[in-house]
Design a protein around this ligand. Structure first.
Ligand code: NVA
Length: 311
């Protein structure tokens, strides 16, 4: 059986996404029951960028599934320097049942998946953060009871992994995603094209406006992310000036529906992309969102294991 990977959000069909979210809810209700990674099967986890939520939620979730999370030090391994990505993939594929990797360029992850012979999971790249979107959609569904037809505003740096992933995963779920971002910081046109292609079948849509208030108007969910993604630290000063009109303040949030929820994948920089009173306020669901990383990632691991004939 061919290994099934999760490299970007649209590696799942709309039906598969719904199944994975249902499974996540089931696993959340019974966290220590199902053990599809019993053996224990080893999951190699590699982090080339900083991590808190991703590393801990994968480690805890893999343990709950009966597996073993093996932390591979990407610096020691020298992936792509000391050995080619392809050779690392061939070796890890002989030691582990699944590989989870946070790295920079998306093509590194794709190369890993081509050669590993086992499922590879994107734990964040420069282009996508699909595991976060599984957690985010699970969280929205818990709070709103549904996904299809909702309006989600993503304000700030739309040209980052989270902007791209919201477009694709939102479209798969039938959500209307509006990016509120300045010129030069919106997702590439190909992302909108792909999202609207998916949306043609699900009822979802993807659009971009430069005015933050317009993006947030009538939103059911308001999302933001850091203005300085990992790897872009040298642009921090310039970005502060560009993005300041997009700060998620009480004033901006007032344009959303009265029962709108606020999301942030974290880490958050209070007083920059989000006001302390908003992230720490009654509409914020960020801690549910952080917890749901574990449940959602357990679901995608269990799904890929089953699809790949591992369990
Ligand atoms: N866009 C952010 C997400 C952090 C989880 C980054 O890449 O740093």
């Amino acid at each position: 059986m061919t290994a099934r990977s999760f490299l970007r959000d649209d590696d799942l069909s709309p039906e598969e996404l719904a199944r994975v979210l249902d499974l996540a809810a089931t696993l959340k209700a019974d966290p220590y029951g199902p053990k599809p990674l019993a053996g224990p099967r080893t999951v190699a986890t590699i982090y080339d960028k900083p991590t808190l939520r991703t590393q801990t939620s994968f480690a805890a979730g893999i343990a709950e599934l009966g597996g073993h999370a093996m932390l591979v030090d990407g610096g020691l391994a020298g992936i792509g320097r000391r050995e080619s990505v392809a050779d690392v993939a061939r070796v890890l594929g002989r030691q582990a049942s699944i590989i989870v990797w946070r790295t920079y360029a998306q093509d590194r992850l794709e190369e890993m998946a081509s050669y590993a012979g086992v499922p590879v999971v994107n734990a964040l790249t420069d282009d996508f953060h699909p595991c976060q979107l599984l957690a985010d959609l699970l969280t929205v569904r818990e709070h709103k009871g549904t996904l299809a037809g909702l309006r989600v505003a993503f304000v700030g740096d739309g040209a980052c992994n989270m902007g791209n992933s919201w477009l694709l995963a939102g479209a798969l779920a039938g959500v209307h995603v509006v990016i509120g971002a300045p010129k030069g910081y919106a997702p590439e046109a190909s992302m909108f094209d792909r999202a609207n292609e998916i949306g043609a079948g699900t009822g979802g849509s993807a659009s971009w406006v430069t005015d933050a208030a317009e993006a947030v108007t009538d939103a059911d969910v308001v999302v933001t992310d850091t203005w300085v993604s990992m790897g872009r630290e040298d642009e921090a000063q310039a970005r502060l000036a560009v993005f300041s009109p997009y700060a998620l303040t009480e004033e901006l949030l007032a344009h959303a529906k009265p029962d709108a929820i606020v999301m942030h994948c974290l880490p958050a920089y209070r007083g920059k992309e989000i006001a302390a009173s908003v992230i720490d306020g009654p509409r914020s669901v960020v801690w549910d969102e952080a917890e749901n990383r574990r449940h959602a990632q357990k679901a995608i691991l269990a799904f890929l294991a089953a699809e790949s004939g591992l369990s």
